[in-house]
Unconditional design. Sequence first.
Length: 202
Amino acid sequence: MALAATVNGAVRRIPVWAVYALGVLPPVWYFYLGLTGGLGVEPIKALEQKIGLLALQMLIAVLAVTPLMRLTRINLMKFRRALGVLTFYYVTCHLLAWLVLDIQDPARIWADILKRPYITVGMAGFALLLPLAITSNNLSLRKLGPLRWRRLHKLTYVAALLGAVHYVMLAKGLQLEPLIYLAIITGLLALRLPMMRRARTA
């Protein structure tokens, strides 16, 4: 409890805008590395992978906020919306790197979505995140009402799972790292099941 109080005290002194300001930088940095030869012999593929992994890590951070508070009393709720918006930003950058730098030919886009299952899954995850990004503001919360807004934003759970499956499918063969990400996301979702049951019976 003392640790939680110390962390919460420090968190209260960090402005939300600082999270946004720092959060926009990693894709820019990776793009710079790609331009200057810092991403190896296949910079476009490396750029896609690094930003995609960053998006998945941010999704895990979003999912972890509530369990972390319930299990340790460390409260990062003030940053959850910022983390969600940054997640969408990373996913969009990942998608743009694929569309603009990798595919380049618009005629191939739809064919690749239908032909490659891992792209189909990834695009489905992006489609689920889109309404969440659009409604991540106080005006949408007031118009939808708290109950409908919370129900809509539960799509985060499905999007996170699709993101993890996308990563597993993208890897060649069964690799450990994508499976670890899938296990972490599945575990965080499993932690929410008792909370959801209690909410329905309350």
